[in-house]
Each structure stands twice: as structure tokens, then as C-alpha cells.
Design a protein around this ligand. Structure first.
Ligand code: ATP
Length: 443
């Protein structure tokens, strides 16, 4: 039986819809006529793309079925058309259908889409070259994400998300999810689920805020722990659930080990270098420092909401060595001036001493420099010294990896609790990834 990979993106807007919901409806339609070769895939792409509506998500369904390409494309188009936000000018849905195995060039395209900015032209010519069937509605921008979703086959580290969708008539209403049950679920499933709550503010993180079809989503390591989480939660208004396999929480986008001189706007990048000056704190509590490597210098910025990253950056000194992870953002009106907005900071080395002018042995005051490389002189008694002295520092800053609080992390960011839990295999056995909330087949 033929194997197909169906990728879909850009069906939603800020106000309405959700590409994963389109995926769920397609899962429901396809289940009676197809064998799923993997869990439905939820692929997050470069989070710095300016035209994304929220979390830059795309989906891919990998199936084996006797149905033909035309039927599958028509079915996908019908579901996308019925569910996309027609009021919104910006969404440009893309549907891609690949028959057979995933070629290496498509995997590479998928990999690049995690950190770079790709063009619709590149996507179109790759689709043509590989004989991938596709449909685009309006501009066709969604083809980039649709292809990238197919190309990201999640052969290494991955996580799962169980999403419960709500009934259409409740989309504009408040979500009914019992907070206490979220706390109990979080504690009962730790460390195999993540980002359920922000313990600093007490905020529940599993529920989104817009008028979209998602009631809540729980992220975790294995499908079984998510089904267990669903049983522990108390909620109303749910209609159906899907378990997606995903690159969320894996740092999949932080793979572009770059040099300052090579950076381009809107990339996700990893830079290693030294702080070139003392970090500044600007209005709003944001911290900015200059980072230098062998090829150039760039500002790295930690916003107030980045919590610990911002506090750590403020404590750093010129000469400290760091690895900075984040999004490359151009300054308004100055497209060539770039800043790396930090989403993760790794402090690699801290300087332990600084060169200072020597103390006068007689007067016990600090000598003044006579000029560059000209030595030092005591202003009181005239005593001279040739060299500076190294003075050791008592540092508050610590080496390590620092992340924003869970309420501000990106979907792709790997939470600290996942360090050491990374997977090196593909999918777990594919079963029980869809159900109706009130039906007896719910987990
Ligand atoms: P949601 O998370 O709610 O599904 P979204 O944030 O995924 O929404 P989309 O509406 O899918 O936003 O818009 C993202 C658009 O950016 C899509 O058209 C997608 O094809 C495109 N895109 C994704 N990754 C890249 C990339 N690396 N380079 C260029 N375009 C991209």
C-alpha cells in the first residue's frame, strides 16, 4: 500500500483557528481508511519568523492507505477551507503531499526551517523537483511550513502533546479547567510532563488565551503519561483529543552554531564569545551587553520577562565567556544593525581577577595611570610603579545554563527538567492517539 506524508501550515490567524485543529479533523476523517505510521506530528519552526501568527506550528500526518493522491489532497483542501480564518488577510494555507520515503533534501529543508528564513520560491522548486503534490490558497507562504513539517521526521529527541479541543459553540467563551486538578496532575506526573504551571506566579500554562479550538494541551515525554494526565484533569466543554509527536521542548531550533559576521535577520542562532563591556540596564529593566567573537561584535539582550537570564547577564563582566542562544532581530530603521534576543544563556567561564592600578605602598591610595603602557604614579607622594596588579574578584555570577521562567519560554525551548532525558530514537509504538472526550474510547 502506498505511504503518504501530508503536511499542512498557515491555516489560522491571531483571532481564529489553529492548524493542529485542522490536523485533528483530518485524523478523524482518515482513521477509518488509513494506517497511521506515526503519531500525528506537530512541528514548530523558526520562532523568529515575523509573519507567524503565534507559535509557528505546522503539522504532518504520515499514513499508509489505498486512497490516491487526488482524493487525499481534496480531502485536506476541503478541511482547510472549512476551517481557515477567511476574515483574515494574512493566512496563506499550504498543503503538501509526498508519496514514498522522505528524501534527504527535504529533511535538510526541514532542518533549515527551524532556524533560517526560507522563501516560497525555494519551497516551490523543491516540491517540483521531488514530485511533491501541493495546493496553496492565496499567496502560498504556507508551503514552506507544510514541506518543513514533512521534512522534520523527529528521528532523535522528541516529546508529545495531548491536545483537547473544545466544542465549536464554546470557542469564544472562558475555558473551564480546574486549577487544583492541574496542580495535582503536574505533581503526579513530574518529571514526565512539563510547562503545566508557572510556580512563580501560580499561572496555569496548559490553557491558551485566544478564541481558538484548543481547550488545553499537556506536554510530556510519553503518550502513556499524557493519557494518565488527561484522566487526572477536571474540565468541561471538551470534544476530542489528539496526541501529537513533536519537537516542542527539544531546543531543535538552537542548532545554528554561528559567527557574528554570518548572522542574518530573523535567524535562530547560537554564538560563543566574550563579553566586551559591562552590561547596561536600560529602561524597563532590560539588560544589554556586547558579545564579541573572532568575526565581530553584537549586542545580546535579555528582556525583563526573561527572568533569570536578565539577572545573570547583569552580573557578568567584560572577559566572561558565554554561549548565547536566541533570535537575531534587526533594529527598526537600521536593518543591518542586529541584536541577539536571548532565550537561553550558558555561562561558560567567569573571570576571577581584574587588572587594576597598584596601591601606593606609603600612602595606601590607588596610583594613577600615566598613560597607555606608561606605568603608574602616586598623586600624593610621586612614587612610581611600572605594572598593574591582578586583583581577585568575589563573583556573584555562577557558571551554568539559564532559561526564562516557564511562562515566557518558547514552545521549542528545552526545559531544564528535560536535560538528560533526551531521546535518541524515533516514535514509540503508534496507538491510541485520538478519541472523543465523552466516548468510551477516551483514555
Ligand atoms: P499557530 O502556531 O497558531 O499554528 P503559526 O504561528 O504557526 O500559528 P502560521 O499562521 O502558520 O503561524 O504562519 C507561519 C508562516 O511562516 C507559514 O506561512 C509558514 O509556512 C511560514 N514559515 C514557517 N517557517 C518558516 C521559515 N523558516 N522561513 C520562512 N517561512 C516560514
Amino acid at each position: 500500500m502506498p505511504i503518504y506524508h501530508l503536511g499542512i501550515d498557515d491555516t489560522d490567524s491571531l483571532k481564529r483557528g489553529c492548524t493542529t485543529y485542522v490536523g485533528a479533523l483530518l485524523v478523524e476523517r482518515l482513521l477509518p481508511q488509513a494506517t497511521f505510521l506515526d503519531f500525528p506530528n506537530l512541528i514548530r519552526l523558526n520562532p523568529n519568523i515575523p509573519w507567524k501568527s503565534r507559535g509557528n506550528a505546522a503539522i504532518c500526518l504520515r499514513i499508509s492507505t489505498p486512497m490516491d493522491c487526488d482524493y487525499l489532497l481534496e480531502l485536506a483542501e476541503e478541511v482547510v477551507e472549512e476551517n481557515r480564518d477567511r476574515q483574515d488577510e494574512k493566512n496563506q494555507p499550504g498543503i503538501a503531499l509526498l508519496e514514498g520515503g522522505v528524501p534527504k533534501s527535504l529533511k535538510l529543508f526541514g532542518r533549515r526551517a527551524l532556524y533560517d528564513v526560507l522563501s516560497v520560491e525555494d519551497a516551490t522548486s523543491l516540491a517540483r523537483e521531488l514530485g511533491i503534490y501541493y495546493r496553496t490558497i492565496k499567496g502560498g507562504r504556507g508551503l514552506v511550513g507544510a514541506l518543513a513539517a514533512i521534512g522534520n521526521t523527529l528521528e532523535g529527541d522528541h516529546t508529545y502533546e495531548l491536545i483537547v479541543y473544545r466544542k465549536k459553540e464554546t470557542w469564544d467563551g472562558q475555558r473551564q479547567v480546574d486549577r487544583e486538578s492541574v496542580v495535582e496532575m503536574d505533581q503526579g506526573t513530574y518529571p514526565y510532563t512539563f510547562n503545566n504551571l508557572d510556580y512563580e506566579t501560580g499561572r496555569v500554562l496548559i490553557t491558551p488565551h485566544g478564541s481558538d479550538p484548543i481547550l488545553f494541551g499537556v506536554r510530556g515525554e510519553y503518550p502513556s503519561v499524557l493519557r494518565q494526565a488527561l484522566k487526572m484533569l477536571k474540565f468541561s466543554g471538551g470534544e476530542m483529543w489528539v496526541i501529537y509527536r513533536s519537537n516542542q521542548g527539544t531546543d531543535a531550533h538552537l542548532i545554528n552554531n554561528s559567527a557574528v559576521a554570518e548572522l542574518r535577520p530573523y535567524q535562530a542562532a547560537v554564538l560563543e564569545g566574550k563579553l566586551m563591556g559591562t552590561p547596561k540596564v536600560i529602561r524597563g529593566g532590560h539588560a544589554i551587553a556586547e558579545l564579541g567573537d573572532a568575526t565581530g561584535r553584537i549586542d545580546i539582550a535579555a528582556y525583563e520577562k526573561s527572568g533569570e537570564i536578565q539577572k545573570v547577564l547583569r552580573e557578568l563582566l567584560p572577559g566572561d565567556r558565554v554561549r548565547a542562544y536566541g533570535g537575531v532581530i534587526p533594529h527598526e530603521g537600521q536593518p543591518t544593525r542586529l541584536t541577539l534576543n536571548l532565550e537561553k544563556l550558558e555561562v561558560l567561564e567567569l573571570i576571577t581577577a581584574v587588572a587594576r592600578s597598584p596601591l601606593c605602598g606609603k600612602c595606601k591610595v590607588r596610583m594613577k595611570a600615566k598613560g597607555r603602557n606608561k606605568g603608574y604614579k602616586c598623586e600624593k607622594c610621586g612614587l612610581e610603579a611600572k605594572y598593574s596588579i591582578m586583583e581577585s574578584l568575589d563573583r556573584k555570577a555562577k557558571k551554568g545554563v539559564f532559561l526564562p521562567p516557564s511562562r515566557s519560554v518558547r514552545h521549542l525551548t528545552k526545559p531544564l527538567q528535560r536535560y538528560g532525558m533526551e531521546k535518541s530514537w524515533g516514535s514509540d509504538s503508534v496507538h491510541s492517539f485520538f478519541g472523543f472526550i465523552d466516548a468510551k474510547d477516551s483514555p
